[in-house]
Design a protein around this ligand. Sequence first.
Ligand code: F6R
Length: 584
Amino acid sequence: MCGIFAVTGPEQDAGSQVLKGLKTLEYRGYDSWGVSVREAGSNDLVVTKDIGKISNVNVPFPKGKEAVGHTRWATHGGVTVANSHPHQVGDVTLVHNGIFENYAEHKKRFLAAGSVFNSDTDTEVIGHIISELLNDGLSPAEAIRTACTKIEGRFSILVMFKDVPGIYAARRGSPLIIGRDKDQTFIASDIPAFLEKTRLVNYLDDDEMVFIEGGKVQFYDLDSGEEITKRDIEVPWKLEHAEKGEYKHFMLKEIFDQKDSIARAINHEDDVLNKAVELLKSSNGTYLVACGTAHKVCLAAEYFFSQISGRKINVVAASEVPYFERFINQRTAMVAVSQSGETADILEVFERAKARGAKLLSLTNVESSSVARMSDVHLPINAGPEKAVASTKATTAQMALLLLLAHADAGKINQGRELLSTTSSAINDLLNPRYEEHIRAVAAKYVDRPNMFIIGRGPLYPIALEAAIKIQEVSYIHAQGFAAGEIKHGPLALIEEGVPCMVLGDELETISNAIELKTRGAKIIGVSSENADIFDDWIKVPDAGCAQAIATLIPVQIFSYHLALLRNLDPDMPRNLAKSVTVK
Ligand code: F6R
């Protein structure tokens, strides 16, 4: 949700470097973009910004060794050039990721004093606060620190001052990572922005601040202003992990990455899994919380634990947890599932659960994420960087790890491993161009239909819900998932001649439900291990036993991807959405 990136070093092309790095962060926001360069010679902070996707941008920048940039996902203020970052107020130029919740009260004060605003953003108000503090005689660092005491909400900011070399950054709640390469330093909301240059990083934590200039890096505590030291970390990522390679889109690449990401997800030592199991066993109530697709993973996991270890899990969408807060106490196991580990709704649940004494367990794809670092026990899902907005490989990795955890909870780790490695091999065999082409041909038959319905029962019911999310977000077709047995209690009224209904699984009862749909005119797309007469089209999946939910999701992802392509849409960047939702 908004990508920010800064470069300082000996090279005079900092502007182009920032533009290039921002392109790797475009998945975080693609409404508009902007770059500010400290122009060589004049020291002026020259801003270039525009609306539209940054991937299409190729503009010259003034020569300069320092630059900051931003790719935006609009929150406060529409998509206009004026609302794009960076914002400039007096000598201050800044970019911002997050939400300044109490900006209106500050803006009112400035307006009353006659200040002029050039945008509708909350970010510009931060600029006014810092500028006012500078005018009061505070140093740049003190002005930022004091401004941060006035901001409520989660944020990260990068700030440049005219006539003061170097770049400042502060963080409370939104990610910032420092990349270090001899005499050049970077600050970014995600590692791919500088991965081409360095793998040596420091993670900025909440309520910390950093100053960079060339190879100089100084960290400070945001409250006290005292200098602090941070651990240097070498990240294991390789550049090709964060690039599309031979694939046309990240979404397709990430779907095909599932050839081995499931095997990586379950590659944990027994004692790590047992630590997580101990946390569950020492509790008298387990909550599984997540958002969007990850929430559907948790719904599938509810079946896994019920069937495999007999544990009752309470699955709640993170944004709904406040309504159940009275049940959270020292005996609660609060388990979060999140690709990014930065989702604001989850962070809030974790903060509040921690304050009530709950034990925190998380499964994330980013080990350095805020969620991972707050947890008592963290299990990385090891899917590798996921850049398409629509989650695919992280989803199946989360399901695989939760399925393994359910087996560990039942004292059957080896059985779980065996099941998942067989499933992983079957998926490896499945993912080939012929299979993809068959699914594309099925998608082509239904691409012009305005509505689609998906049904499944047991663990395939959450997969029906997830299938609907995938279809909606990349193809914009109205899609809805239902528990197969529920359709006769209402949804059947929606069925008319020719409406495509995807039927997940081939259990007898599910086939009966498919017949109910077909009798009312639906076209049936079966996604199952066995073909059935009732199916108009059939997409085969391997028989994966308890891991059927994982195997079934993969063709559904391919189907959604091709619906998007057939409708001339960019599946990597669906309208109105962004990866990593760091605002509430
Ligand atoms: C949809 C999708 C989203 C995310 C949700 C949570 O394809 O990716 O629904 O699942 O925004 O994000 P994370 O997993 O980063 O917490």
